[in-house]
Design a protein around this ligand. Structure first.
Ligand code: UDP
Ligand code: MG
Length: 316
């Protein structure tokens, strides 16, 4: 029995892309249906993320004329990640697998075949990973690479060069729905769900029409969001810094004492410098300890699932 595929597309001011995207996706779905790879009940969900242009009008027209399209309109602009989550949660239990893809179709829809194949092979999550960054500017390539490295070293497990183009099975969607956090960074959360996963590789194209909704400012904000929402390691830096300063203050103490007994100091200098270093060290260290607790509180408030059961085996 072929599975039902739901394609989820977040759209923000995409009136220029929408007709083209809808046509292309529909063509792809029909092709997959005809090849017997997915069920006839497969469909495409457009999530309008509070667009200010004709996006919603176009979506509602499409969905009225053809049952393969479903439209969801958010009450206001909530950002890409929230729009995507809204779409994914709306298809949960209404499909066997979902594929999320941006409205500009920069990601290769011909990967659907490989993704679906990997799903049938037993993978609950299939990541679309871009193979090329040669069209990006040197700056973007460098910053992207550095960013992945930093995230990894902070303990966040994210798939290199993977954005939000991925297949998730209904089981994986169920898993995702257990995460109730408000600060969303999906590409960091999805690996936390677990289950077996796979990757497919593709070449990412340039945007055909309209402009990127991620200007540098928004991208930097998003990058910082990724770090702070996934990891509390930054707080630990304060503790480490406090430790280092305290250590330096001990070295300084010896240096100052030597200078003092060599009579090479102005009166009052020794006591002043010793207290500056010593107090600095203690303050930073104490901040770090408070930071450790804040980090714990932060993780507690996220109420992340402590585990997700994949299977239970027992004899009746
Ligand atoms: N998007 C959204 N809400 C926003 C910003 C963007 O739903 O507030 C959607 C947008 O319509 C597109 C996807 O998120 O489908 C990715 O945006 P874009 O292609 O502009 O990002 P880029 O590829 O430049 O990183
Ligand atoms: Mg894009």
């Amino acid at each position: 029995m072929e599975g039902i595929l739901a394609v989820v597309v977040p759209c923000y001011n995409e009136e220029e892309m929408l007709d083209y995207t809808a046509e292309k996706l529909k063509g792809k779905l029909i092709e997959l249906i005809n090849q017997g790879k997915i069920s006839r009940k497969s469909y495409i969900v457009f999530v309008d993320d509070g667009s200010k242009d004709q996006t919603w009008n176009k979506i509602s027209e499409l969905s009225k004329n053809c049952s393969i399209y479903v439209g969801i309109k958010l009450s206001k602009n909530q950002g890409h990640q929230n729009a995507l989550l809204a779409g994914l949660m709306s298809v949960k239990n209404q499909c066997d697998m979902s594929i999320s893809i941006d409205a500009d179709l920069q990601d290769d829809i011909n990967c659907f075949d490989a993704m679906i194949e990997k799903f049938y092979e037993g993978n609950e999550i299939v990541y679309g990973v871009r193979n090329n960054r040669d069209k990006d500017s040197v700056f973007k390539r460098f910053t992207a690479q550095a960013y992945y490295k930093i995230l990894k070293s902070l303990g966040a497990n994210i798939v290199y060069n993977h954005a939000d183009f991925r297949l998730m099975s209904n089981l994986a969607l169920e898993g995702l729905s257990n995460f109730s956090e408000v600060n969303l960074f999906l590409r960091g959360l999805v690996p936390m769900i677990g289950y077996s996963s796979a990757s497919v590789y593709y070449i990412r194209e340039e945007r055909l029409a309209g402009e990127s909704k991620y200007p540098l400012k928004k991208m930097l904000f998003f990058a910082f969001e990724g770090i702070t929402s996934l990891s509390v390691s930054l707080l630990r830096f304060i503790t480490i810094l406090g430790g280092i300063v305290s250590l330096i203050s001990i070295i300084m103490l010896f240096y100052i004492l030597i200078r003092h007994f060599q009579n090479q100091t102005i009166s009052g200098w020794s006591s002043l410098i010793v207290s500056v270093w010593f107090l600095g060290g203690i303050i930073l260290f104490s901040l770090g300890i408070i930071g450790e607790y804040v980090g714990k509180i932060y993780l507690e408030t996220k109420k992340r699932p402590k585990y997700i059961i994949e299977e239970i085996s027992q004899s009746k």
